[in-house]
Design a protein around this ligand. Sequence first.
Ligand code: FE2
Ligand code: FE2
Length: 441
Amino acid sequence: MTPTLFSATWIDACAQAINHNEAYRRAAANWRWPLLMHITHDHAQTTMIYLDLYQGSCRAARLATSADLTHAEFILEAREPIWRKVLTGQLDPIAGIMRRQLTLTKGSLTTLAMHGATAKALIAAISQPNLADTSVSPAPVQSVQTAVPHHTFVTTSRHGLDNDSVPMRLWQKAKRLGVWNPADIDFAQDIADWQNLNATERDLLLRLTGMFVAGEESVTLDLLPLIMTIAREGRLEEEMFLTTFLWEEAKHVDFFANGFLKHIAPDAGDLTHYHTPAYRTLFYDELPQAMHALLSDSSPAAQARASVTYNMIVEGVLAETGYEAYFAALERNNLMPGVRQGILLLKRDESRHIAYGVYLLSRLIAADPQLWPVIEQRMNQLMPLAMQIITEIFSAYDDMPFGLQFEEFSTIAMTNFGRRMQRIEKARDQLVDADIDDEDA
Ligand SMILES: [Fe+2]
Ligand SMILES: [Fe+2]
């Protein structure tokens, strides 16, 4: 069966066709710029496709994330019928730009014109008759629309806010417990303690801080697409809680950047070298891709993939375990009371975030039990990566400072992960009410 035009399957097939096309490989030897196809469908829906084309090969092809808008050197926009003409060889893309049927919204027209042969070879590679079913309607993704009219409001309906719901109970907790100010923490004893640490101990604390602060920065930057998705679905109670969620992530950035790094280790310099390969894969690529994919595909499956990545892996495995280790290292040695105070408050915020993730995934799986394989596959993909990040921290030291043991923390990570997975799996049969009074809130 031929794939539907512009679908994820079609995009994969295009990448394969490009990489198996000898004529394209020769024609595109000097082309080294990623390209983004922006397709406007009827009803203001859009599909954006990112092709990383480099010297005759296609290094990546996917439904574009918002980050891809930055990476793409060229962005070509046109209505869907025009793209169909281009992709079936009926319209030369350069001619289409000249006739204003296609718009070059980013990139140099001169460069594009100089590589006319590359464009022709590209179209020839992906316009094979068996590559796409051009007769059916495109894009089985739910794309972001420009406007969603309101038909009713929760607060003026007969039911009003559902104050017994998990998100509203988390909202009440966030208002009571989440309002703490990192600037109120006294770091005087911490500064004195730092002076007495040896080089290895300082290195470990800087390593953990460099991973935590960038991790908090990335979760702050990457949460908005989920909030937008929830808002578009009219889930007011969830959005109310998510406003505290985003603010708290920003506050965690504040704690590390303006607390630890400013007061305790002001000479730390660039900490990027502490970002190990597995850390980079998760925080530089997987997390932003999973979250920003919601901008072009807000389906339940995409929401599940995003929540597993953000709530279950980044928060539920790495942040929770990492903060546990950080706190234990300092407490067992009676060091840095200010940092410990901040970490305790921060852990309490994080437990509400994870509780929301358990609720969200439970709600999604209760509505469609077929989503379980999606959740399981994403977990299976990312769990080894998360464990690899913990391994990379420990393997950086011959003698781990502060008496920290790998087994202790890998056990915490696996136990918490397993417990939450069991709770989400139960929701396949019925929506279980996440118990927000236990350790997850
Ligand atoms: Fe956080
Ligand atoms: Fe969080």
